[in-house]
Design a protein around this ligand. Structure first.
Ligand code: ATP
Ligand code: MG
Length: 565
Protein backbone atom coordinates (compact mmCIF):
# COMPACT_ATOMS: atom_id res chain seq x y z
CA UNK A 1 0.00 0.00 0.00
CA UNK A 2 1.53 3.29 -1.09
CA UNK A 3 -0.27 6.60 -0.61
CA UNK A 4 -1.05 8.34 -3.90
CA UNK A 5 0.65 11.71 -4.29
CA UNK A 6 -1.53 14.26 -6.04
CA UNK A 7 0.13 17.13 -7.83
CA UNK A 8 -2.88 19.33 -7.13
CA UNK A 9 -1.96 19.29 -3.44
CA UNK A 10 1.82 18.83 -3.60
CA UNK A 11 4.10 21.80 -3.05
CA UNK A 12 5.82 21.48 -6.39
CA UNK A 13 6.53 24.40 -8.64
CA UNK A 14 8.47 23.74 -11.82
CA UNK A 15 10.39 26.52 -13.54
CA UNK A 16 10.79 27.15 -17.23
CA UNK A 17 14.16 28.88 -16.96
CA UNK A 18 17.49 27.77 -15.55
CA UNK A 19 18.64 29.57 -12.41
CA UNK A 20 20.98 32.38 -13.45
CA UNK A 21 24.10 31.12 -11.68
CA UNK A 22 23.73 27.43 -12.55
CA UNK A 23 26.54 25.80 -14.51
CA UNK A 24 25.86 22.10 -14.18
CA UNK A 25 22.91 20.10 -15.48
CA UNK A 26 22.09 18.69 -12.05
CA UNK A 27 21.98 22.18 -10.54
CA UNK A 28 19.71 23.49 -13.30
CA UNK A 29 17.37 20.51 -13.42
CA UNK A 30 16.99 19.86 -9.69
CA UNK A 31 16.00 23.50 -9.24
CA UNK A 32 13.75 23.66 -12.31
CA UNK A 33 11.98 20.39 -11.47
CA UNK A 34 11.24 21.66 -7.96
CA UNK A 35 13.44 19.26 -6.00
CA UNK A 36 15.67 21.73 -4.20
CA UNK A 37 15.74 25.41 -3.41
CA UNK A 38 18.83 27.52 -2.73
CA UNK A 39 18.77 29.05 0.74
CA UNK A 40 22.23 30.64 0.64
CA UNK A 41 25.51 29.92 -1.13
CA UNK A 42 26.06 26.16 -0.91
CA UNK A 43 23.12 25.69 1.46
CA UNK A 44 20.01 23.96 0.13
CA UNK A 45 16.45 23.18 1.11
CA UNK A 46 15.17 19.79 0.02
CA UNK A 47 11.59 20.23 -1.17
CA UNK A 48 9.06 17.35 -1.03
CA UNK A 49 10.13 15.69 -4.31
CA UNK A 50 13.84 16.11 -3.57
CA UNK A 51 13.45 14.77 -0.06
CA UNK A 52 11.95 11.58 -1.48
CA UNK A 53 14.98 11.01 -3.70
CA UNK A 54 17.38 11.84 -0.87
CA UNK A 55 15.54 9.39 1.39
CA UNK A 56 15.68 6.68 -1.26
CA UNK A 57 19.44 7.06 -1.53
CA UNK A 58 19.71 7.01 2.27
CA UNK A 59 17.56 3.88 2.46
CA UNK A 60 19.79 1.98 0.04
CA UNK A 61 22.90 3.11 1.92
CA UNK A 62 21.35 2.15 5.27
CA UNK A 63 20.25 -1.30 4.07
CA UNK A 64 23.68 -2.16 2.73
CA UNK A 65 25.50 -0.79 5.77
CA UNK A 66 23.24 -2.83 8.04
CA UNK A 67 23.91 -5.89 5.87
CA UNK A 68 27.65 -5.77 6.64
CA UNK A 69 26.99 -5.38 10.34
CA UNK A 70 27.18 -1.60 10.58
CA UNK A 71 25.41 -0.08 13.59
CA UNK A 72 23.69 3.21 12.99
CA UNK A 73 24.29 6.07 15.41
CA UNK A 74 23.77 9.82 15.22
CA UNK A 75 26.47 12.16 16.41
CA UNK A 76 26.00 15.89 16.84
CA UNK A 77 27.05 18.33 14.13
CA UNK A 78 27.92 20.93 16.76
CA UNK A 79 31.25 19.79 18.18
CA UNK A 80 33.64 21.04 20.86
CA UNK A 81 37.00 22.31 19.67
CA UNK A 82 39.24 20.24 21.96
CA UNK A 83 39.19 16.85 20.18
CA UNK A 84 39.99 18.58 16.90
CA UNK A 85 42.89 20.35 18.59
CA UNK A 86 44.14 17.00 19.86
CA UNK A 87 44.10 15.56 16.33
CA UNK A 88 45.59 18.73 14.85
CA UNK A 89 42.70 19.28 12.48
CA UNK A 90 41.43 22.45 14.16
CA UNK A 91 44.49 24.06 12.49
CA UNK A 92 44.93 21.79 9.45
CA UNK A 93 41.44 22.38 8.11
CA UNK A 94 42.10 26.12 7.84
CA UNK A 95 39.30 28.07 6.21
CA UNK A 96 37.28 24.95 5.42
CA UNK A 97 36.08 24.74 9.01
CA UNK A 98 33.01 26.53 10.32
CA UNK A 99 34.02 27.75 13.80
CA UNK A 100 31.75 29.37 16.35
CA UNK A 101 31.52 30.38 19.98
CA UNK A 102 28.81 29.84 22.54
CA UNK A 103 27.53 32.55 24.91
CA UNK A 104 30.32 31.77 27.38
CA UNK A 105 32.98 32.14 24.72
CA UNK A 106 33.73 28.40 24.44
CA UNK A 107 34.80 27.43 20.94
CA UNK A 108 32.96 24.96 18.74
CA UNK A 109 32.95 23.78 15.16
CA UNK A 110 30.38 22.34 12.80
CA UNK A 111 31.62 18.84 11.97
CA UNK A 112 33.23 18.40 8.53
CA UNK A 113 33.80 14.66 9.29
CA UNK A 114 33.83 12.84 12.61
CA UNK A 115 36.92 10.66 13.15
CA UNK A 116 37.71 12.37 16.45
CA UNK A 117 34.26 11.97 18.00
CA UNK A 118 33.85 8.37 16.89
CA UNK A 119 37.26 7.54 18.36
CA UNK A 120 36.20 9.08 21.67
CA UNK A 121 32.83 7.30 21.56
CA UNK A 122 34.49 3.91 21.14
CA UNK A 123 37.07 4.74 23.79
CA UNK A 124 34.19 5.34 26.15
CA UNK A 125 32.05 2.35 25.17
CA UNK A 126 34.52 -0.44 24.33
CA UNK A 127 37.06 -1.62 26.86
CA UNK A 128 37.92 -5.19 25.88
CA UNK A 129 39.09 -6.85 22.66
CA UNK A 130 35.82 -8.78 22.98
CA UNK A 131 33.91 -5.56 22.26
CA UNK A 132 35.60 -5.35 18.86
CA UNK A 133 35.44 -5.35 15.90
CA UNK A 134 32.80 -2.70 15.69
CA UNK A 135 31.50 -0.75 12.70
CA UNK A 136 29.54 2.43 13.33
CA UNK A 137 27.86 4.68 10.83
CA UNK A 138 25.62 7.69 10.58
CA UNK A 139 23.80 9.57 7.85
CA UNK A 140 24.24 13.11 8.96
CA UNK A 141 24.67 16.73 7.99
CA UNK A 142 28.24 17.87 7.43
CA UNK A 143 29.62 21.38 7.18
CA UNK A 144 32.55 22.58 5.10
CA UNK A 145 33.11 26.18 4.12
CA UNK A 146 33.99 25.26 0.52
CA UNK A 147 35.76 27.96 -1.47
CA UNK A 148 33.52 27.77 -4.52
CA UNK A 149 30.17 26.15 -3.77
CA UNK A 150 28.81 26.67 -7.27
CA UNK A 151 27.46 23.39 -8.49
CA UNK A 152 24.23 23.05 -6.55
CA UNK A 153 24.05 20.07 -4.19
CA UNK A 154 27.08 18.55 -5.90
CA UNK A 155 29.30 20.64 -3.64
CA UNK A 156 27.45 22.13 -0.71
CA UNK A 157 28.72 23.93 2.35
CA UNK A 158 26.08 21.95 4.24
CA UNK A 159 25.55 18.44 2.87
CA UNK A 160 24.49 14.91 3.75
CA UNK A 161 27.15 12.30 4.21
CA UNK A 162 27.12 8.71 5.29
CA UNK A 163 30.27 8.28 7.31
CA UNK A 164 31.31 5.05 8.91
CA UNK A 165 34.26 3.99 11.00
CA UNK A 166 35.63 0.56 11.76
CA UNK A 167 37.52 -0.39 14.90
CA UNK A 168 39.70 -3.50 15.00
CA UNK A 169 42.51 -4.83 17.13
CA UNK A 170 44.54 -6.31 14.26
CA UNK A 171 45.70 -5.26 10.78
CA UNK A 172 43.92 -8.31 9.33
CA UNK A 173 40.74 -7.19 11.05
CA UNK A 174 41.05 -3.74 9.50
CA UNK A 175 41.66 -5.27 6.07
CA UNK A 176 38.45 -7.29 6.50
CA UNK A 177 36.39 -4.28 7.63
CA UNK A 178 37.74 -2.39 4.61
CA UNK A 179 36.85 -5.26 2.28
CA UNK A 180 33.31 -5.40 3.68
CA UNK A 181 32.90 -1.68 3.08
CA UNK A 182 34.27 -1.93 -0.44
CA UNK A 183 31.70 -4.62 -1.23
CA UNK A 184 28.86 -2.71 0.42
CA UNK A 185 29.80 0.37 -1.63
CA UNK A 186 29.78 -1.66 -4.81
CA UNK A 187 26.28 -2.91 -4.02
CA UNK A 188 25.07 0.56 -3.04
CA UNK A 189 26.24 2.27 -6.23
CA UNK A 190 24.95 -0.56 -8.36
CA UNK A 191 21.52 -0.40 -6.74
CA UNK A 192 21.44 3.38 -7.09
CA UNK A 193 22.03 2.95 -10.80
CA UNK A 194 25.25 4.98 -10.87
CA UNK A 195 27.99 4.36 -13.39
CA UNK A 196 31.13 4.33 -11.25
CA UNK A 197 34.80 3.31 -11.07
CA UNK A 198 36.84 2.34 -8.05
CA UNK A 199 40.22 4.06 -8.23
CA UNK A 200 43.27 4.21 -6.03
CA UNK A 201 43.69 7.54 -4.30
CA UNK A 202 46.23 9.44 -2.28
CA UNK A 203 45.11 9.64 1.29
CA UNK A 204 46.43 13.21 1.65
CA UNK A 205 45.81 14.92 4.96
CA UNK A 206 43.92 11.91 6.33
CA UNK A 207 47.16 9.94 6.59
CA UNK A 208 47.04 6.15 6.61
CA UNK A 209 47.69 3.60 3.92
CA UNK A 210 45.16 1.97 1.58
CA UNK A 211 42.64 4.38 0.15
CA UNK A 212 40.27 4.10 -2.76
CA UNK A 213 37.72 6.46 -4.25
CA UNK A 214 34.45 5.69 -5.95
CA UNK A 215 34.13 8.02 -8.91
CA UNK A 216 31.08 8.64 -11.08
CA UNK A 217 32.28 9.68 -14.56
CA UNK A 218 30.57 12.95 -15.54
CA UNK A 219 31.65 16.07 -17.40
CA UNK A 220 30.58 18.20 -14.41
CA UNK A 221 32.97 16.36 -12.09
CA UNK A 222 35.82 18.18 -10.42
CA UNK A 223 38.10 15.15 -10.20
CA UNK A 224 40.19 13.79 -13.04
CA UNK A 225 41.02 10.14 -13.23
CA UNK A 226 42.81 7.81 -15.60
CA UNK A 227 41.29 4.68 -16.99
CA UNK A 228 43.30 2.02 -18.79
CA UNK A 229 41.51 0.79 -21.92
CA UNK A 230 43.52 -2.45 -21.88
CA UNK A 231 43.45 -3.61 -18.25
CA UNK A 232 41.39 -2.83 -15.13
CA UNK A 233 43.75 -0.13 -13.83
CA UNK A 234 42.02 3.10 -12.85
CA UNK A 235 43.34 5.82 -10.56
CA UNK A 236 42.80 9.36 -9.49
CA UNK A 237 45.26 11.40 -11.57
CA UNK A 238 46.78 12.47 -8.26
CA UNK A 239 47.67 8.85 -7.50
CA UNK A 240 49.10 7.77 -10.87
CA UNK A 241 52.69 6.62 -10.71
CA UNK A 242 55.15 7.10 -13.58
CA UNK A 243 56.56 4.17 -15.53
CA UNK A 244 60.32 4.47 -15.73
CA UNK A 245 62.60 2.60 -18.13
CA UNK A 246 65.99 1.63 -16.64
CA UNK A 247 68.98 3.58 -17.96
CA UNK A 248 72.74 3.06 -18.02
CA UNK A 249 75.00 5.91 -16.88
CA UNK A 250 78.02 4.44 -18.71
CA UNK A 251 76.46 5.25 -22.10
CA UNK A 252 76.91 8.98 -21.68
CA UNK A 253 79.92 11.18 -22.37
CA UNK A 254 81.20 13.82 -19.92
CA UNK A 255 79.27 16.96 -19.03
CA UNK A 256 79.68 19.61 -21.72
CA UNK A 257 78.80 23.29 -21.29
CA UNK A 258 76.91 25.01 -24.10
CA UNK A 259 76.69 28.69 -24.89
CA UNK A 260 72.94 29.31 -25.07
CA UNK A 261 72.16 33.02 -24.99
CA UNK A 262 68.54 34.13 -24.71
CA UNK A 263 67.13 30.67 -23.94
CA UNK A 264 65.46 31.07 -20.58
CA UNK A 265 62.49 28.89 -21.53
CA UNK A 266 62.38 25.20 -22.39
CA UNK A 267 60.88 25.97 -25.84
CA UNK A 268 63.63 28.44 -26.71
CA UNK A 269 66.33 26.05 -25.48
CA UNK A 270 64.95 23.00 -27.30
CA UNK A 271 64.69 25.01 -30.49
CA UNK A 272 68.19 26.49 -30.16
CA UNK A 273 69.78 23.06 -29.61
CA UNK A 274 67.51 21.08 -31.91
CA UNK A 275 66.57 18.58 -29.18
CA UNK A 276 63.09 17.51 -28.05
CA UNK A 277 61.79 19.20 -24.88
CA UNK A 278 61.64 15.75 -23.27
CA UNK A 279 65.48 15.60 -23.38
CA UNK A 280 65.75 18.71 -21.22
CA UNK A 281 65.49 18.88 -17.47
CA UNK A 282 63.42 21.69 -16.06
CA UNK A 283 64.10 22.73 -12.46
CA UNK A 284 61.23 24.39 -10.68
CA UNK A 285 62.08 26.27 -7.49
CA UNK A 286 59.53 26.24 -4.68
CA UNK A 287 59.55 26.97 -0.97
CA UNK A 288 58.56 24.09 1.27
CA UNK A 289 57.81 25.45 4.74
CA UNK A 290 60.01 28.38 3.75
CA UNK A 291 63.00 26.32 2.50
CA UNK A 292 63.92 26.83 -1.16
CA UNK A 293 63.84 23.45 -2.88
CA UNK A 294 64.32 22.44 -6.53
CA UNK A 295 62.08 19.96 -8.33
CA UNK A 296 63.38 18.38 -11.52
CA UNK A 297 60.97 17.22 -14.18
CA UNK A 298 61.40 16.49 -17.90
CA UNK A 299 61.05 19.70 -19.94
CA UNK A 300 57.89 18.54 -21.67
CA UNK A 301 56.01 17.95 -18.41
CA UNK A 302 54.16 20.31 -16.09
CA UNK A 303 54.33 20.14 -12.30
CA UNK A 304 50.89 19.66 -10.73
CA UNK A 305 51.04 21.99 -7.75
CA UNK A 306 47.95 20.40 -6.21
CA UNK A 307 49.59 16.99 -6.34
CA UNK A 308 52.81 18.44 -4.92
CA UNK A 309 50.84 19.94 -2.03
CA UNK A 310 49.10 16.59 -1.37
CA UNK A 311 52.42 14.74 -1.29
CA UNK A 312 54.11 17.19 1.03
CA UNK A 313 51.13 17.99 3.32
CA UNK A 314 50.98 19.30 5.97
CA UNK A 315 54.09 21.26 4.80
CA UNK A 316 53.18 24.51 3.04
CA UNK A 317 54.34 24.80 -0.58
CA UNK A 318 54.79 28.22 -2.22
CA UNK A 319 56.33 29.43 -5.46
CA UNK A 320 59.57 31.40 -5.14
CA UNK A 321 59.48 35.13 -5.72
CA UNK A 322 62.04 37.59 -7.11
CA UNK A 323 63.09 38.45 -3.52
CA UNK A 324 64.06 34.85 -2.88
CA UNK A 325 66.68 35.13 -5.64
CA UNK A 326 68.06 38.37 -4.23
CA UNK A 327 70.39 36.87 -1.65
CA UNK A 328 71.30 33.86 -3.77
CA UNK A 329 73.82 34.53 -6.58
CA UNK A 330 74.21 30.74 -6.92
CA UNK A 331 70.63 30.53 -8.22
CA UNK A 332 70.67 31.83 -11.79
CA UNK A 333 67.12 32.39 -12.89
CA UNK A 334 66.26 30.37 -16.01
CA UNK A 335 69.61 28.53 -15.93
CA UNK A 336 69.33 26.36 -12.79
CA UNK A 337 70.79 22.84 -13.03
CA UNK A 338 70.94 20.12 -10.33
CA UNK A 339 74.72 19.59 -10.65
CA UNK A 340 76.51 21.32 -7.77
CA UNK A 341 73.28 22.89 -6.59
CA UNK A 342 73.16 23.66 -2.87
CA UNK A 343 69.46 22.90 -2.45
CA UNK A 344 67.37 19.91 -1.57
CA UNK A 345 66.55 18.23 -4.88
CA UNK A 346 63.25 16.47 -5.53
CA UNK A 347 62.59 14.85 -8.90
CA UNK A 348 60.04 13.09 -11.03
CA UNK A 349 60.74 9.32 -11.28
CA UNK A 350 61.51 9.82 -14.98
CA UNK A 351 64.69 11.55 -13.83
CA UNK A 352 65.97 8.05 -13.03
CA UNK A 353 69.53 7.04 -12.14
CA UNK A 354 71.55 6.78 -15.35
CA UNK A 355 69.44 9.17 -17.42
CA UNK A 356 71.24 12.09 -19.11
CA UNK A 357 69.82 15.58 -19.52
CA UNK A 358 70.29 18.98 -21.08
CA UNK A 359 69.83 21.40 -18.21
CA UNK A 360 70.94 24.74 -16.77
CA UNK A 361 74.67 25.17 -16.00
CA UNK A 362 74.02 27.58 -13.07
CA UNK A 363 75.67 30.38 -15.14
CA UNK A 364 73.92 33.07 -17.15
CA UNK A 365 73.20 32.12 -20.77
CA UNK A 366 74.75 28.69 -20.31
CA UNK A 367 73.33 25.17 -20.35
CA UNK A 368 75.01 21.80 -19.93
CA UNK A 369 74.61 18.56 -21.89
CA UNK A 370 75.18 14.97 -20.63
CA UNK A 371 74.24 15.80 -17.06
CA UNK A 372 73.71 12.32 -15.68
CA UNK A 373 71.54 11.46 -12.70
CA UNK A 374 73.51 9.53 -10.06
CA UNK A 375 76.83 10.60 -11.62
CA UNK A 376 76.64 14.39 -11.79
CA UNK A 377 73.82 14.96 -9.32
CA UNK A 378 71.79 13.09 -6.72
CA UNK A 379 68.05 13.10 -6.15
CA UNK A 380 67.12 13.50 -2.48
CA UNK A 381 63.56 12.32 -2.96
CA UNK A 382 61.43 11.06 -5.85
CA UNK A 383 57.88 12.38 -6.13
CA UNK A 384 55.15 11.74 -8.65
CA UNK A 385 54.05 15.30 -9.18
CA UNK A 386 53.77 15.92 -12.91
CA UNK A 387 50.42 16.43 -14.59
CA UNK A 388 49.28 13.11 -16.04
CA UNK A 389 48.64 13.30 -19.76
CA UNK A 390 46.39 11.42 -22.12
CA UNK A 391 48.39 8.48 -23.51
CA UNK A 392 50.85 8.20 -20.59
CA UNK A 393 51.71 4.52 -20.06
CA UNK A 394 49.56 2.48 -17.69
CA UNK A 395 51.68 1.53 -14.65
CA UNK A 396 50.19 -1.96 -14.77
CA UNK A 397 50.24 -2.91 -18.45
CA UNK A 398 51.87 -0.06 -20.38
CA UNK A 399 48.89 0.76 -22.65
CA UNK A 400 48.06 4.46 -23.23
CA UNK A 401 45.92 5.82 -20.39
CA UNK A 402 42.73 7.74 -21.00
CA UNK A 403 41.82 10.76 -18.88
CA UNK A 404 38.27 11.48 -17.80
CA UNK A 405 36.37 13.75 -15.42
CA UNK A 406 34.34 12.38 -12.54
CA UNK A 407 32.45 13.15 -9.35
CA UNK A 408 33.81 11.63 -6.13
CA UNK A 409 30.84 9.84 -4.60
CA UNK A 410 32.62 7.73 -2.03
CA UNK A 411 35.95 7.30 -0.35
CA UNK A 412 37.30 4.46 1.77
CA UNK A 413 40.47 4.69 3.89
CA UNK A 414 42.48 2.38 6.05
CA UNK A 415 43.39 5.01 8.60
CA UNK A 416 45.42 2.72 10.80
CA UNK A 417 46.34 3.95 14.26
CA UNK A 418 46.61 7.68 13.60
CA UNK A 419 43.51 8.65 15.61
CA UNK A 420 43.86 5.82 18.12
CA UNK A 421 47.36 7.16 18.85
CA UNK A 422 46.13 10.73 19.16
CA UNK A 423 43.40 9.77 21.63
CA UNK A 424 45.06 6.77 23.29
CA UNK A 425 42.38 4.35 22.14
CA UNK A 426 43.32 0.95 23.60
CA UNK A 427 41.30 -2.07 24.61
CA UNK A 428 42.36 -4.85 26.94
CA UNK A 429 43.78 -7.70 24.83
CA UNK A 430 43.46 -11.47 25.38
CA UNK A 431 46.65 -11.47 27.50
CA UNK A 432 45.34 -8.72 29.71
CA UNK A 433 47.62 -6.11 28.10
CA UNK A 434 46.30 -3.03 26.36
CA UNK A 435 46.12 -3.27 22.55
CA UNK A 436 46.06 -0.18 20.34
CA UNK A 437 43.01 -0.08 18.08
CA UNK A 438 43.28 0.33 14.30
CA UNK A 439 40.64 2.23 12.34
CA UNK A 440 39.07 2.66 8.94
CA UNK A 441 36.99 5.59 7.77
CA UNK A 442 34.51 5.44 4.94
CA UNK A 443 32.34 8.15 3.38
CA UNK A 444 29.54 8.42 0.85
CA UNK A 445 28.23 11.74 -0.37
CA UNK A 446 24.51 11.04 0.01
CA UNK A 447 23.27 14.42 -1.23
CA UNK A 448 26.06 14.51 -3.81
CA UNK A 449 24.91 11.10 -5.10
CA UNK A 450 21.53 12.66 -5.96
CA UNK A 451 23.33 15.27 -8.08
CA UNK A 452 25.66 12.66 -9.59
CA UNK A 453 22.64 10.59 -10.62
CA UNK A 454 21.03 13.65 -12.17
CA UNK A 455 24.26 14.36 -14.07
CA UNK A 456 24.57 10.86 -15.42
CA UNK A 457 20.96 10.10 -16.25
CA UNK A 458 19.34 13.36 -17.40
CA UNK A 459 18.54 14.13 -21.03
CA UNK A 460 17.50 17.20 -22.99
CA UNK A 461 13.95 17.10 -21.57
CA UNK A 462 14.86 16.75 -17.92
CA UNK A 463 15.63 14.35 -15.11
CA UNK A 464 15.39 10.64 -15.65
CA UNK A 465 15.71 8.70 -12.41
CA UNK A 466 16.69 5.08 -12.04
CA UNK A 467 13.75 3.25 -10.46
CA UNK A 468 15.34 2.64 -7.04
CA UNK A 469 15.80 6.35 -6.32
CA UNK A 470 12.89 7.84 -8.30
CA UNK A 471 10.40 9.88 -6.24
CA UNK A 472 7.62 7.65 -7.65
CA UNK A 473 7.31 4.55 -9.83
CA UNK A 474 4.63 5.94 -12.10
CA UNK A 475 3.59 9.44 -13.05
CA UNK A 476 -0.06 9.32 -14.08
CA UNK A 477 -0.97 12.30 -16.25
CA UNK A 478 -4.64 13.20 -16.55
CA UNK A 479 -4.66 15.05 -19.86
CA UNK A 480 -7.46 17.45 -18.96
CA UNK A 481 -11.14 16.55 -19.14
CA UNK A 482 -13.06 15.74 -15.97
CA UNK A 483 -13.62 12.17 -17.07
CA UNK A 484 -9.92 11.69 -17.66
CA UNK A 485 -9.03 13.07 -14.23
CA UNK A 486 -11.60 10.77 -12.66
CA UNK A 487 -10.16 7.73 -14.40
CA UNK A 488 -6.59 8.81 -13.61
CA UNK A 489 -7.37 9.07 -9.90
CA UNK A 490 -9.16 5.75 -9.92
CA UNK A 491 -6.18 4.15 -11.62
CA UNK A 492 -3.76 5.82 -9.24
CA UNK A 493 -5.68 4.48 -6.22
CA UNK A 494 -5.68 0.98 -7.68
CA UNK A 495 -1.93 1.10 -8.28
CA UNK A 496 -1.28 2.62 -4.89
CA UNK A 497 -3.28 -0.12 -3.20
CA UNK A 498 -1.02 -2.66 -4.89
CA UNK A 499 2.08 -0.91 -3.52
CA UNK A 500 3.06 1.08 -6.63
CA UNK A 501 4.30 4.57 -5.74
CA UNK A 502 2.19 6.94 -7.82
CA UNK A 503 2.41 10.64 -8.58
CA UNK A 504 -0.75 11.76 -10.33
CA UNK A 505 -1.07 15.01 -12.22
CA UNK A 506 -4.68 15.88 -11.41
CA UNK A 507 -4.20 19.64 -11.65
CA UNK A 508 -7.22 21.43 -13.09
CA UNK A 509 -6.68 24.25 -15.55
CA UNK A 510 -3.19 23.18 -16.59
CA UNK A 511 -2.82 22.37 -20.29
CA UNK A 512 -1.87 18.84 -21.37
CA UNK A 513 1.26 20.28 -23.02
CA UNK A 514 2.49 21.75 -19.73
CA UNK A 515 1.69 18.53 -17.89
CA UNK A 516 3.67 16.45 -20.39
CA UNK A 517 6.64 18.82 -20.23
CA UNK A 518 6.55 18.72 -16.44
CA UNK A 519 6.40 14.92 -16.42
CA UNK A 520 9.52 14.79 -18.61
CA UNK A 521 11.28 17.33 -16.40
CA UNK A 522 10.39 15.56 -13.12
CA UNK A 523 11.77 12.31 -14.49
CA UNK A 524 9.66 9.52 -12.97
CA UNK A 525 10.66 6.36 -14.93
CA UNK A 526 7.16 5.48 -16.21
CA UNK A 527 4.56 7.96 -17.45
CA UNK A 528 0.98 6.83 -17.82
CA UNK A 529 -1.17 9.17 -19.90
CA UNK A 530 -4.91 9.13 -19.39
CA UNK A 531 -6.04 11.07 -22.46
CA UNK A 532 -8.28 10.79 -25.46
CA UNK A 533 -8.61 6.99 -25.26
CA UNK A 534 -9.85 7.15 -21.69
CA UNK A 535 -13.51 7.08 -22.74
CA UNK A 536 -12.95 3.68 -24.34
CA UNK A 537 -10.71 2.45 -21.49
CA UNK A 538 -7.37 2.90 -23.28
CA UNK A 539 -4.31 4.58 -21.75
CA UNK A 540 -0.79 5.23 -22.97
CA UNK A 541 2.31 3.97 -21.19
CA UNK A 542 5.55 5.79 -21.84
CA UNK A 543 9.06 4.87 -20.78
CA UNK A 544 10.77 8.10 -19.67
CA UNK A 545 14.24 6.86 -20.62
CA UNK A 546 13.68 5.27 -24.02
CA UNK A 547 10.65 7.32 -25.01
CA UNK A 548 8.87 4.13 -26.09
CA UNK A 549 5.07 4.42 -26.04
CA UNK A 550 2.43 1.74 -25.92
CA UNK A 551 -1.36 1.81 -25.84
CA UNK A 552 -2.94 -0.54 -23.33
CA UNK A 553 -6.31 -1.14 -21.75
CA UNK A 554 -6.63 0.05 -18.17
CA UNK A 555 -6.60 -3.55 -16.93
CA UNK A 556 -3.43 -4.33 -18.89
CA UNK A 557 -1.71 -1.21 -17.59
CA UNK A 558 -2.56 -2.08 -13.99
CA UNK A 559 -1.34 -5.61 -14.45
CA UNK A 560 1.92 -4.46 -16.07
CA UNK A 561 2.71 -1.88 -13.42
CA UNK A 562 1.80 -3.95 -10.39
CA UNK A 563 3.82 -6.93 -11.65
CA UNK A 564 7.01 -5.01 -10.88
CA UNK A 565 6.24 -4.38 -7.23
P1 ATP B 1 36.18 16.65 -2.45
O1 ATP B 1 37.55 16.23 -2.92
O2 ATP B 1 35.12 16.52 -3.50
O3 ATP B 1 36.16 17.99 -1.77
P2 ATP B 1 36.69 15.11 -0.12
O4 ATP B 1 37.67 14.13 -0.62
O5 ATP B 1 37.15 16.27 0.65
O6 ATP B 1 35.76 15.60 -1.34
P3 ATP B 1 35.76 13.25 1.86
O7 ATP B 1 36.31 13.90 3.05
O8 ATP B 1 36.40 12.05 1.30
O9 ATP B 1 35.56 14.36 0.72
O10 ATP B 1 34.20 13.01 2.16
C1 ATP B 1 33.49 11.80 1.84
C2 ATP B 1 32.47 12.04 0.74
O11 ATP B 1 31.61 13.13 1.03
C3 ATP B 1 33.10 12.39 -0.58
O12 ATP B 1 33.51 11.23 -1.26
C4 ATP B 1 31.95 13.12 -1.28
O13 ATP B 1 31.12 12.18 -1.94
C5 ATP B 1 31.19 13.77 -0.15
N1 ATP B 1 31.49 15.22 -0.08
C6 ATP B 1 32.63 15.81 0.31
N2 ATP B 1 32.55 17.14 0.26
C7 ATP B 1 31.29 17.42 -0.16
C8 ATP B 1 30.55 18.64 -0.40
N3 ATP B 1 31.11 19.82 -0.20
N4 ATP B 1 29.28 18.53 -0.84
C9 ATP B 1 28.69 17.34 -1.03
N5 ATP B 1 29.32 16.17 -0.83
C10 ATP B 1 30.60 16.20 -0.39
MG1 MG C 1 37.73 12.14 -0.49
Amino acid sequence: MAPVQRMSTTMLKTLRDDPADAETASHKLLVRAGYVRRTSAGVWTWLPMGKKVLENVSRVVREEMDAIGGQEVLLPALLPKEPYETSGRWEEYGDLLFRLKDRKGAEYLLGPTHEEIFTLTVKDQCTSYKDLPVMLYQIQTKYRDEARPRSGVLRGREFQMKDSYSFDTTDEGLAESYRLHREAYTRIFERLGLDYRVVSAVSGAMGGSASEEFLAPAAAGEDTFVDCPACDYAANTEAVTAVVAPADAAEHGPVEELDTPDTPTIESLAEHLGVPASATLKNLLVKIDGEITAIGVPGDREVDLGKLGEHLAPAVVELVTAEDFAGRPDLVRGYVGPQGLKLRYLADPRVAPGTAWVTGANKPDTHARNVVCGRDFEVDQYLDVVVVEQGDPCPRCGAGLEIGRAIEIGHIFQLGRKYADAFGLDVLGPQGKPVRVTMGSYGIGVSRAVAALAEQTHDASGLCWPREVAPADVHVVAAGKALQTELALELAEKLGAAGVRVLVDDRAGVSPGVKFTDAELIGVPTILVVGRGAASGVVELKDRRTGEREELTVAEAVERLTARV
